[in-house]
Design a protein around this ligand. Structure first.
Ligand code: SF4
Length: 317
């Protein structure tokens, strides 16, 4: 039965309460994953029909034995722990940008996460080391603050990073990568949005995968950012059983546009271990791409791409 059938507690809009009451495998009576534990905010769980094993929201957070299928992929195809690593928690795959891990935790662990095999082994970045890595590489013009979810940190910690990076003249953009607007929208408070807007250089990149995730709370979270001039873009992951029908993806893109969130990419699943059941064939991605091109204007139409190890850029499907 869906949790949203129950009356909401008075603290529902308090993101700290949501984190403190995050649900685990034991709460749902399912077997947990041995290395990538289940965790979901009460908010996000409330969007699911828990009685339906094929529910597109449930599929994204419920631990599933199919994650243990060995489909021949490893945990780190992009060398984040190897060649791409500049320092603990700091990676560079492309000349113009650097990615820094600000948190190893998330409010909700997405079962399709690219870093599901890495989060336990990763380190967070040291801010001054990050600034030094940027300064030593004059071509770098963008820093991605990522994780885990960086907004698991306090406002003060997040804004300390943003303000420090905003003081680095060579950076044109500070990209904050967070799934909070979709899984814990109450984390995007007015105060946080005020702080993020100050430098004028923050871009927020989020991940909505299904139209049902665009709830009034989620739309409010996005509006708090957009109304302050912070560009918000969305990267969906193409997931079998969640959003691999053209009509579903078109509805998602249309709802994102209405929320003034730019549908930016649809990614084919990365070549990592533990997500075999989410993979779709390339023909499905192409079918969705063609449908979107036919049914949506350019501003609502994302690129459908694959991120391939060793490739100099994302490849269009
Ligand atoms: S929020 Fe991002 S980093 Fe965290 S589990 Fe989901 S996809 Fe992975």
């Amino acid at each position: 039965m869906a949790l949203h059938a129950e009356p909401l507690p008075p603290q529902w809009q308090d993101w700290r309460w949501q984190l403190a009451h995050a649900r685990t495998a034991a709460d749902f009576g399912v077997k947990d994953h041995p290395t990538f534990p289940m965790r979901v905010t009460p908010y996000y769980a409330s969007l699911a029909d828990l009685s339906d094993p094929e529910d597109p929201i449930r599929l994204q957070f419920m631990a599933d034995p199919r994650e243990l299928i060995d489909d021949g992929y490893g945990p780190d195809p992009f060398g984040e722990q190897g060649a791409a690593s500049l320092a603990p928690g700091i990676r560079q795959r492309f000349a113009d940008r650097i990615l820094a891990m600000m948190s190893l935790a998330c409010s909700t662990y997405c079962r399709h996460c690219t870093r599901k095999g890495l989060l336990r082994e990763c380190h967070t970045a040291d801010l001054e080391t990050l600034v030094r890595c940027v300064a030593e590489r004059p071509k770098v013009r963008e820093v991605l603050i990522s994780g885990g979810d960086p907004l698991m940190n306090s406002d003060a910690a997040v804004l300390a990073w943003v303000d420090r990076l905003a003081g680095v003249e060579q950076l044109d953009a500070i990209r904050l990568c967070t799934r909070m607007p979709a899984v814990l929208p109450m984390r995007i408070t007015e105060a946080l949005a005020d702080g993020l807007a100050k430098s004028g250089r923050v871009w927020v990149q989020t991940q909505f995968n299904h139209p049902r995730e665009l709830t009034p709370d989620a739309v409010t979270a996005c509006a708090r950012l957009v109304c302050r001039g912070i560009p918000v873009s969305n990267q969906s992951v193409l997931l079998h059983g969640v959003n691999d029908r053209p009509e579903v993806m078109a509805e998602l893109c249309a709802k994102l546009q209405r929320a003034r969130v730019r549908p930016y990419y649809i990614f084919r699943c990365d070549p990592i271990a533990g997500i075999a059941h989410f993979r779709t064939p390339p023909e499905k991605a192409a079918e969705i791409r063609d449908y979107l091109l036919e049914h949506l204007g350019g501003l609502a139409c994302p690129r459908v791409v694959a991120d391939l190890p060793g490739a100099p850029h994302k490849r269009d499907v």
